[in-house]
Write a protein that binds this ligand. Structure first.
Ligand SMILES: Nc1nc2c(ncn2[C@@H]2O[C@H](COP(=O)(O)OP(=O)(O)OP(=O)(O)O)[C@@H](O)[C@H]2O)c(=O)[nH]1
Length: 882
């Protein structure tokens, strides 16, 4: 049990300097020497009472000091708990029905009182009366109106009748240790905050009637605390950490003389310009400070992610007020911490501010601003379907895409040089079909992530000779989640080992049952190798599209999705897009995330320049200022200005988000970072063909560390390297992308090159580990050992225009040129540096052996003295090993 407290704890509790507490204690006749001195709880209370209220304590003859103190603390605990509960209940407005009536009434009154005071204060503030100003200007002690600000610590007299019997049981309940850290944590909050609080207290201290001055502060428990105390049968002096004084509010009203001042001053430029009164420099200072406090904010719009200091700025309140409120409610937060929804709710209640959480993305949501509702559009006409092909590695996605393309695209396109642009359109019986030509689900994932799902139909390729594999399962899940209709391409049917029924059975187990098995999924047997079944597939696509009744209006400004994008020599940023609605034309002003520009050229999959592309058609767009990410929405806007504005806002948002992210992680990982702070980290994004190797590699990589370097695997995954992996790697410093038994596709390679990310592919585990070990070794600091060559005694010194020369005799080993030198005086190294000259008589020499005399010049050191010892040495680089 703690029955003594240190002076500095009392000071911290009150938010004033320990010195002041010592002074006051001394005035009271207590012997307190330093901030570390201890006083009994009772004395602490007396001191605080004296400081807060100016009450000189009456000497008490009660011998049961500790018991009393204990009891007092116990009551604090009780009452604080009641207050906590009441606060919560008032804020959340959830009233527990089974609580005693008295308590409920108490709470209600608290809430009422709080609200009334808040209202009262707000009204007062807004109606700053000029009369008040003149009538109160001479009052020395002025408090600014700090709307529903919480009070600082005080004392509360709680009536109790019974003498405290030293009841051990109640003492057991008393949780002093819990309190102590609270106080000390508070002390650690921040110098800024404490200063602010201390200054407030100081002002109070100077005023004999300070208690009343604080009436501007709101006691959120109102008079209810008195009721709580009345329930008790005893009387103790409580250290009230949260409540303000019980002083009535009335006397405070005239105590707002300074309030009009800032307003008068504020309006200096216009009306009411301070009435020509001279304002001293100091007062002006006060004005500026108070003006800030007085601005009452009743409604704020804040983003979901907001830090404590940002919130305070929005409320135009000192950060310390916000931190204090949080602290009083048991939430230890620093200015950079992010507020959660609970904290925001609490703060909005405390400060009487209506908070609206806004989505900053609304600022640049061009997609929504310029959206055309195709469903409702009478001018919407049929558009071609957009297809994505997915499947397990080596099941034939690329082959199928190539087969369809070579079979269909080049027809009638004589002379056209086909090129990969990430998407292409083929025709089946004159009906266009667009394929997203990026095998795998990388682009699909990126688009879905950004909500730009252009895919109308998904084709899942399953090799008929291999069946459902892990990636097939993944793809099934993706397809199901997307809700897009699925057609299963049973590939490699030309193979003798093909077993379509086996595949159908496996697929049915995953909820994809073939139509001929009574399900609703079309299974098309085909061979990308021979071209067998391709027409069937295309026919089925058209039928499915027909059912989907896909529409778009080609007459509106274009909305399109980026399939892939890159920086191309001579053309700058180039994005392959699929138009979802409208028509994209050369010359259109466009915005695409944080990129913008004007369509300079549209190039189709045959490398031909075209003037425009309509719905579901695809082309490469040149003209953006930066390379947009896959999946971004590219839209035509009415002006260059509009495009620029959207892009700029988005850029700012992204930047802010990135900063927030880093701050967040910094805070979250603080402890780890402190522990690992000195470690240099090689970050790794690891992709492997199968889970087994992935796990083995991950654990081996994590084991590669010593006291200086380590590997941090920031992402792992089974399957090919995707653009996301590249983006992830490029977002972190010191990051490599490692692939095991996989290979990156063209677009990923291009992106990696563009982002400057190295992709290393391996097929042997120990080669991968060796390489990483070498990389880590390269990150380690070079280590050197010293090799002393010899020593010489300084016999004489000579001043020369080039500096001091020491005339020496070598007494051990040899002095060498080109090495480093050390001057030793009486066994102590007094200088270490470079040797500039080494001469025998007038000749420069490389070395001077034992017993010989020589002249030694030391770079930047002229203080060499007779009797010193000069030593030359070499630093030899050591091989560092992990
Ligand atoms: N016999 C036969 N072989 C095929 C067929 N389709 C693809 N292949 C072969 O299967 C192998 C893999 O084909 P890809 O098209 O590269 O498979 P993928 O799914 O794109 O593979 P990743 O790009 O690695 O994911 C290649 O050797 C193809 O020649 C087919 O219909 N019949």
């Amino acid at each position: 049990m703690i029955d003594k407290v240190r002076v500095h704890e009392v000071a911290t509790e009150m938010g004033i300097a320990s010195k002041d507490v010592i002074n006051k204690a001394t005035e009271m006749g207590l012997v307190v020497k330093s901030a570390q001195s201890t006083v009994s709880m009772e004395d602490a209370e007396k001191i605080m009472n004296y400081i807060m209220n100016g009450d000189t304590p009456e000497p008490k003859k009660d011998a049961k000091k500790p018991a009393k103190a204990k009891k007092a603390e116990e009551k604090i605990q009780e009452i604080e708990e009641t207050k906590e509960e009441a606060k919560k209940e008032t804020k959340v407005q959830e009233k527990s029905k089974d609580e005693p009536k008295k308590e409920q009434n108490t709470k209600e009154e608290k809430t009422k009182s709080e609200k009334e005071v808040k209202k009262d204060t707000e009204v007062k503030e807004t109606k700053t009366s000029k009369k008040e100003e003149s009538s109160n200007q001479d009052e020395p002690k002025i408090k600014t109106v700090q709307v529903p600000k919480k009070k600082i610590g005080g004392l509360k007299i709680v009536k109790k009748k019974k003498t405290v019997a030293s009841t051990s049981s109640s003492n057991d309940d008393f949780d002093v240790p819990q309190k102590q850290p609270k106080v000390s944590s508070y002390g650690k909050m921040s110098a800024e905050v404490l200063e602010e609080l201390a200054s407030k207290k100081k002002t109070k201290k100077e005023t004999p009637v300070s208690k009343k001055d604080t009436g501007t502060k709101i006691d959120i428990f109102g008079g209810s605390m008195a009721e709580v105390s009345m329930d008790m049968d005893d009387q103790v002096t409580l250290l009230d950490l949260n409540a303000t004084e019980r002083a009535p509010l009335e006397p405070e009203q005239p105590r707002k003389p300074k309030q009009p001042k800032p307003i008068g001053r504020n309006s200096n430029k216009g009306k009411n310009a301070g009435r020509g009164r001279k304002v001293s420099r100091d007062k002006r200072k006060k004005y500026t400070k108070e003006k800030q406090v007085e601005e009452v904010v009743t409604h704020v719009e804040i983003p979901e992610d907001i830090r404590v200091y940002e919130f305070a700025e929005k409320l135009k309140r000192p950060m310390s007020d916000v931190i204090k409120v949080l602290f009083d409610l048991g939430m230890m937060m620093t200015k950079n911490d992010f507020l959660g929804s609970d904290e925001i709710e609490v703060l909005s209640d405390e400060f009487g501010v209506e908070v609206t959480i806004i989505d900053p993305k609304d600022e640049f949501n061009y997609e929504e601003d310029l959206a055309h509702d195709v469903e409702e559009d009478p001018n919407a006409v049929k558009r071609p379907p957009v297809i994505t092909i997915m499947g397990h590695v080596d099941h034939g996605k690329t082959s199928l895409l190539d087969a369809i393309r070579s079979a269909k695209v080049t027809e009638g396109e004589a002379g056209g040089i086909t090129q990969h642009i990430g998407a292409y359109t083929v025709e089946q019986h004159g009906e266009p079909i667009t394929f997203i030509d990026t095998p795998g689900h990388a682009a699909f994932g990126a688009m879905r992530q950004r909500g730009t799902d252009v895919t109308d139909i998904i084709i899942i390729v399953v090799a008929a000779d291999d069946g459902v594999k892990p990636q097939t399962e993944e793809v099934i899940k993706i397809a199901k989640d997307s809700g897009a209709p699925v057609i299963v391409a049973l590939n490699k049917m030309d193979k003798e080992t093909a077993n379509p029924d086996l595949v159908k059975g496996q697929m049915a187990e995953h909820g994809m049952t073939s139509v001929d098995w009574g399900g609703d999924v079309e299974f098309i047997p085909l061979s990308a190798k021979t071209g067998m079944g391709l027409d069937d597939l295309l026919e089925n696509i058209l039928i499915t599209a027909e059912v989907l009744d896909l529409k778009a209006n080609p007459k509106v400004p274009a909305k399109s999705a980026v399939v892939e994008a890159s920086l191309e020599k001579g053309r700058g940023p180039v994005a392959t897009v699929i138009v979802q609605n409208g028509t994209l034309k050369v010359g259109d002003n466009i915005v695409c995330g944080s990129s913008y520009g004007r369509v300079k050229a549209l190039i189709d999959e045959n490398g031909k320049q075209i003037k425009s592309i309509g719905p579901s058609h695809t082309a490469q767009v040149a003209g953006l200022d930066t390379v947009p990410p896959s999946g971004e929405v590219l839209m035509a806007v009415s002006s260059d200005k509009e495009a620029k504005e959207y892009a700029h806002k988005r850029y700012e948002y992204d930047r802010h988000k990135e900063l927030s992210k880093s701050t967040k992680s910094t805070l979250e990982d603080m402890t780890a970072m402190i522990a690992e702070g000195r470690l240099k980290t090689l970050k790794v994004v690891l992709k492997a063909d199968v889970h087994g190797s992935l796990e083995a590699l991950k654990s081996s990589l994590t084991d590669l560390r010593n006291e200086e370097v380590k590997v941090e695997v920031i992402s792992t995954g089974v399957g090919g390297i995707t653009e996301n992996d590249v983006e992830l790697a490029s977002a972190s410093d010191n990051c490599v992308l490692l692939g095991f038994n996989i290979r990156p596709t063209g677009s990923v390679k291009a992106l990696a090159k563009q982002r400057g990310i190295e992709i290393r592919n391996y097929s042997v585990i120990y080669q991968l580990l060796d390489d990483v070990t070498n990389m880590l070794t390269g990150m380690m600091d070079l280590k050197f050992t010293e090799e002393n060559t010899g020593q010489a005694d300084v016999k004489d010194t000579f001043k020369t225009p080039k500096g001091m020369i020491a005339g020496c005799t070598v007494v051990d080993g040899k002095l060498i040129r080109g090495g480093l030198v050390r001057v030793i005086r009486e066994g102590v190294v007094i200088f270490e540096g470079e040797l500039t000259s080494l001469k025998r008589f007038k000749d420069d020499v490389e070395e001077v052996g034992n017993g010989y005399e020589c002249g030694v010049g030391i770079k930047g050191y002229d203080d060499v003295q007779v009797g010193d010892v000069i030593e030359t040495f070499k630093k030899v680089e050591q091989k560092v090993e992990l």
